[in-house]
Design a binder for this molecule. Structure first.
Ligand code: G1P
Length: 289
């Protein structure tokens, strides 16, 4: 079976829910505890065996490319001042040369369109999609759990899902299952942003996917769906007519960093688990409550 080597990371979104913070700093580079959100995403991808990241980017997002390149002057300063551990932290996120690509979406036409923009770089192999709003904290990285499910199901498309309160379902993609037995189940359908009361389950599409490359054919003629955008969910629902899809309830905790309180939760929760900062973080949080 083809190895999952490449991941598409859509980062063209404007981050309107994170303004004014995301006005000049891309929302994907906002900090969670001591490093940007994208540092967590790339770390998770690497731990799942991803060798090449394709960032689908847009105007005002060039800081993302700079983050994943050397900052020679800064590195020299840290070296001269013998700030070795800080320097190591900085270098840890850097990719091997040539193992990241950046393509421009050019127009905000939706997640399906963003993924389609990566088609030439992905080529004809199964690949991962990682939505950077979601930090997934798990003992076995969430994407690695998805890759294992892809292998265990003989190359099925995998959608990582999680339970969500009824009142929130209309904000997400929601999957339909033929049966629910254990964590990985065959899917029968999916719908993007269902009208309240019409969702086919309480399991939302939560931000990690393993997709076969045939999705690109469907995305190339996908009409606009929910919100007037070209939806990845709609193309996946069509691919389901000819390929199998499984929904995987991964083991771990998701932090949605795409809104202000979600980012705050991520900061508090991950600070309380941070090897060096946990004790002082606990004092700081407790003193506020
Ligand atoms: C996107 C997907 C949706 C998914 C969600 C997870 O929606 O289209 O299926 O449930 O991400 O955050 P968006 O958040 O871009 O509206």
């Amino acid at each position: 079976m083809a190895k999952i080597r490449k991941a598409v990371v859509p980062v063209a979104g404007l981050g309107t829910r994170m303004l004014p913070g995301a006005k000049v700093v891309p929302k994907e580079l906002l900090n969670v505890v001591d490093r940007p959100i994208l540092s967590y995403i790339v770390e998770e991808g690497r731990a799942a065996g991803i060798e090449h990241f394709v960032f689908v980017t847009g105007r005002n997002k060039s800081a993302i490319e700079d983050y994943f390149d050397h900052q020679v002057e800064l590195e020299e300063q840290l070296r001269a001042k013998k700030k070795d551990s800080l320097l190591a932290e900085l270098l840890k996120d850097l990719p091997e040369a040539g193992s990241m690509s950046f393509v421009r979406q050019m127009q905000p036409k939706g997640l399906g369109h963003a993924v389609w923009c990566a088609r030439d770089i992905i080529g004809n192999e199964p690949f991962a999609v990682m939505l950077p709003d979601m930090i997934m904290d798990a003992d076995v990285p969430a994407l690695k759990q998805a890759v294992s499910a892809h292998e265990a199901t003989n190359g099925s498309n995998i959608i990582v899902v999680e339970e969500m309160a009824q009142s929130q379902l209309h904000q997400y993609g929601v999957v339909a299952l033929s049966k629910q037995d254990g964590r990985c189940n065959p899917m029968t359908g999916m719908v993007e942003k269902p009208q309240p009361g019409t969702a086919p389950s309480n399991l939302i599409v939560s931000g990690r996917y393993i997709l076969n490359p045939e999705i690109f054919d469907l995305l190339s003629d996908q009409a606009a769906g929910a919100g007037g955008e070209i939806q990845l969910t709609d193309a996946m629902a069509r691919l389901m007519a000819s390929q199998s899809f499984h929904a995987l309830q991964y083991e771990g905790v998701t932090y949605d960093c795409g809104d202000k309180i979600g980012l705050l939760r991520a900061n508090v929760a991950l600070a309380l688990k941070h090897p060096q900062l946990a004790a002082t973080a606990r004092e700081a949080v407790t003193s506020l409550l």
